[in-house]
Structures are given as C-alpha cells and as structure tokens.
Design a protein around this ligand. Structure first.
Ligand SMILES: *Cc1c(COP(=O)(O)O)cnc(C)c1O
Length: 502
C-alpha cells in the first residue's frame, strides 16, 4: 500500500473535515446515543441487579476481548450490556454516594472536550480554553468571597485539591517559619514534628495527603465532633495548645464544609479565628458543601469560608458535573510560587514576560482536561439560579426524609438536622434486643441493590453500622423515599429471622 492509501485508511479513525471521517464520526455518535437512549427507555431501576460473579462471567467471554477490527453494529450489543449493567445515576433511588446525575449541557460538553482535546498545561495547546478556565476560576474565587489576590486551578477532584491544600500549607510553613524550601531541599528535619488538625469525621484524604507528603498519617491529629458531627472549636484550640506544649508544629487546620457521611459543616468562622490567632494555614474541604455558596438560603452555612487560605470544591458532586471535575482555590496567589516549575518546552519563563498564560504552573498535573468547559456550559444554559433551586430542593428533601425516619420507631436517625442532604440512620425494628442489628444493617444495602430496589450506602456511626441516603438528585421525591423506607422495613423484618442475636 502506498503512503497515500494508508493515510486514507486512517481517515476513518480521526475526526477531520474528510467526508469519510465525518461519516464515521456521525455513526459512532449516533450509535452511542442510541445505546444510551434505548437503555434509558428500558429501565426504571437504579441497577440491573447483576451480581459481581455474573458480570465476571459475562466479561470472561473472549468475544469482549478479541480486539479485532469490527463493525459498530457488532460491538453495539457489548456496549449495551456495559451500559445496562451500570448504576443508573439519575434514578431517584440511586442515592448511595456523592455520585450525581450529570447535567445535560455537561454531557454535551464532554463530547466537545473529548473531540477538541485541548490540554490545559500550556497556552499553545489550549488557547481559548486557557482563557476561559482562568476566567471561570476568577468567578469561582469571587463567588467564594475571595479578593483580587486569589487564584485557583481545576483539579481531578477533592482528593487532589486537598492534597494541594496540605502541600502548600506544608511548604508555606517551612518557608515562613523555618526559612526552608521544601521544593528544592525536601523535608526539613522538623517535619517529623509537623501536625495537621481536622475533625474526627473529616475525609480520609486528609490522612492520605499527610502520608503522600511524607508527614505520615500519624501527623493528623483529630478534634472531637459534637452531636451534629461538627468540629468542636473549643477542643480545636485546646488541641493546638497541647501540641505546642509538646513542642509539635501545627502546620494546617482542615475544616470540612460538608462531611461525606453527614453533610455536617464545621464552624468555619470560629476555626478561621483560631487559625489566624495561631498563624496556621486554614484549608476548607468543601468538596461536598461548596455548592451551598450558590444558594441564597443556605450560603450562610459556609460563612467564614472566605477566610480560608485554600478551598477544595468538587463539581462532580452537588454541581452535577460528569466525573471528573473539581477545583482548588487559593486566597493568596503568590503561594502557587511554592510549587512553580518551569519546563522549557511548556512554560518557558519568557512566556510570562510576554503575557502568555500557562496554567501548568498552578497545577500538580501536567496534561490536563478542559473540564472547565462543562461547568461553564452548565452555568450558561441553566443559569446560576437553577443551581440555587436544585440545592435547596435536595436540602428540603433531606429534612423531610429525616423527619419521616425520626418519626418511625423502626428506625434510628443519626443526624437529626441535616445541614446538606445526607441522611444517616439504621434499621432498628421491633425487637432490637433479640436480633443482630449489625448483620441486618450490613445486609440491607447489598440486598436492596441485588433486588433492584435501590442503591443506598452504609457507614459506621459510633462503631455501629448505619444506612445512608445521599440525596443529591433533585429528581428524587419524598414518595420515592417513603416507598423505599417501607421496602427497608419489610426486608429488615425478613432479615430479623435470618439474624437472631448470637
Ligand atoms: C468526595 C470528597 C472528597 C474526595 O473527593 P474526590 O473528588 O472523590 O477525589 C474529599 N472530601 C470530601 C468531604 C468529600 O466529600
């Protein structure tokens, strides 16, 4: 084959103006769309009910992995199988995790993100995308009450944003208090005495971040939470003083605005004051609760967030974006200098002199997706008020659900007054003394999923297994939860027979 013939064969692989390319592109999109729509029309369940073994067996068929060129029509059945055995994120009873139904404009934006494939690490790979992301980041900074010295970056999510918060806190502490450049010299000898404070119900990524940063998980000191699962500010200050008396070095305080299990929000203003008084970096993990900032009714719950040195927000939770999409916001942009690197091929220093923006200097990723587009398109199409309404609706729903559960003696509610939209409770039944409530509550989510009734979560509260509804979905209504609670009661009664007290 001549080079020309080979090139012609490749036309169908890539998106271009070539008629062959456009035909293949249109077919691929049409078939994908058709697969999605057919699946939606066939299903009104949160899950197909397939067990792990059934899925392992199905995918063991060599048919899935023969990797020989095929027509789309041959693969369509496989695609349909994969899609139809996915959890249905828009289903009103798919309420386990901080796992949202994505907005339609954001799904459309994903297509454009993939097709244009801009890379956010240098301006010459993402000219307009760089400018749009920067402007959206500026908008986010001002939405969170930051001043004009603030800046931020899009991230893969809360894990990365929390890591960045702790990374900058660590490096800033070393620079300011020890005259030490961690980026150049590695950890200072004092690092074994570095400590990070957070509430006992903070996200595990605080510990993970400490481990990755070479401080070790034991560097994380937890502060007790109150009955509403919010950090006790008085205890925070007591812990700080204790640490200082032990000659340990608190480098960061992490406040959580929306704990993953309870949606509880730490007293941010009080924590900010304590952090300021002791000159300690204050990071707010608002991965879950950040969206409350768009709610007229609930934004006061985040008061004080504007005093944080850095903020984590996730858009693939209460902002209804497809995974992955998050941001890290920084009150004082100069602190990005702590992690700044220059690569001759990406962001030579001369770019800055010439006013060419290179976002790579603010990120710990290099090649990076243009995820900002989907948030921007969602805000443009729906308007910011729609987010206000969606957040309010889900919070109202959670409060009604909590009341419903609280008023039913078969259940025991853990969080009486949900600050956001997570409701944690356990099945209690009629004869709690005679049955194994632990086993019963562990079985309920598993069985509900396999019975195709609902996808709900479980967690531990005071070492007891609890059930969790995470009510992100504005399509979920109280009636859905009423029937689900009735199902849980029936299932619980059946399980009481299977699991008498040992
Ligand atoms: C989800 C979550 C994280 C982790 O975020 P990812 O986007 O999953 O990486 C961190 N903190 C809190 C409070 C969260 O809810």
């Amino acid at each position: 084959m001549s080079l020309l013939q080979v090139a012609h064969r490749f036309e169908r692989y890539f998106l271009s103006a070539h008629p062959v390319s456009l035909e293949h592109y249109r077919d691929a999109i049409a078939i994908s769309q058709e697969t999605l729509i057919r699946n939606l029309l066939q299903k009104d369940k949160s899950y197909s009910g397939a067990t792990p073994n059934e899925l392992i067996e199905e995918l063991a068929s060599p048919y899935y992995f023969n990797f020989e060129a095929q027509e789309w029509s041959q693969i369509q059945g496989q695609l349909a199988h994969i899609v139809s055995n996915s959890v249905v994120v828009h289903d009103p009873t798919c309420i386990a995790h901080l796992h949202c139904p994505p907005l339609i404009p954001a799904i459309a934006a994903e297509l454009i993100i993939g097709a244009t494939n801009q890379s956010m690490d240098s301006w010459d790979q993402s000219p307009c995308a760089t400018v749009l992301e920067q402007k959206l980041t500026d908008w986010l900074c001002s939405t969170f009450g930051y001043g004009c010295n603030a800046d931020g970056t899009f991230t893969s999510g809360g894990t990365q944003s929390n890591l960045m918060g702790l990374l900058l806190a660590r490096d800033n502490y070393a620079k300011v208090h020890l005259n030490w450049q961690v980026q150049k010299e590695g950890l200072p000898p004092e690092a074994t005495r570095f400590r990070i404070l957070c509430s006992e119900v903070a996200h595990f990524t605080v510990r993970q971040g400490a481990a990755l940063l070479g401080l070790g998980e034991n560097a994380v000191v937890t502060v007790p939470a109150d009955d509403n699962f919010c950090m006790r500010a008085a205890d925070l200050e007591a812990r700080l003083i204790e640490l200082q008396n032990q000659n340990l070095l608190p480098i960061a305080i992490v406040g959580t605005a929306g704990t993953t299990d309870f949606g509880s929000i730490d007293p941010l203003t009080e924590i900010a004051q304590i952090a300021q008084k002791h000159d300690i970096w204050f990071h707010v993990d608002a991965a879950y609760g950040g969206a409350l900032q768009l709610s007229n009714k609930h934004s006061t719950k985040l008061s004080g967030i504007e005093q944080a040195d850095s903020i984590t927000v996730d858009f693939h939770k209460l902002f209804y974006q497809p995974i992955s999409c998050g941001a890290f916001l920084l009150k004082n942009r100069a602190n990005f200098g702590l992690i700044r690197l220059n690569a001759d091929y990406l962001n030579p220093e001369i770019n800055e002199e010439q006013g060419i923006p290179d976002l790579v200097t603010k990120s710990i990723q290099t090649t990076r997706r243009f995820d900002a587009l989907k948030l921007w398109l969602s805000l443009q199409v729906l308007g910011v008020e729609a987010f206000d309404e969606m957040v309010n609706t889900t919070i109202d729903l959670a409060q009604s659900a909590a009341q419903l559960i609280d008023g039913d003696r078969h259940f025991e509610l853990a969080n009486k007054n949900p600050a956001i939209n997570a409701v944690v409770f356990r099945y209690f039944g009629d004869r709690p003394e005679a049955v194994d409530l632990e086993q019963i509550n562990q079985q309920i989510p598993k069985q509900l999923m396999l019975m195709k009734k609902a996808v709900i979560a479980q967690t531990q509260v005071n070492k007891k297994t609890h059930l969790k509804f995470t009510l992100l979905n504005p399509l979920t209504q109280l009636e859905h939860l009423q029937s689900l609670l009735a199902e849980i009661k029936v299932l619980g009664q059946k399980l009481e027979r299977d699991y008498p007290k040992q």
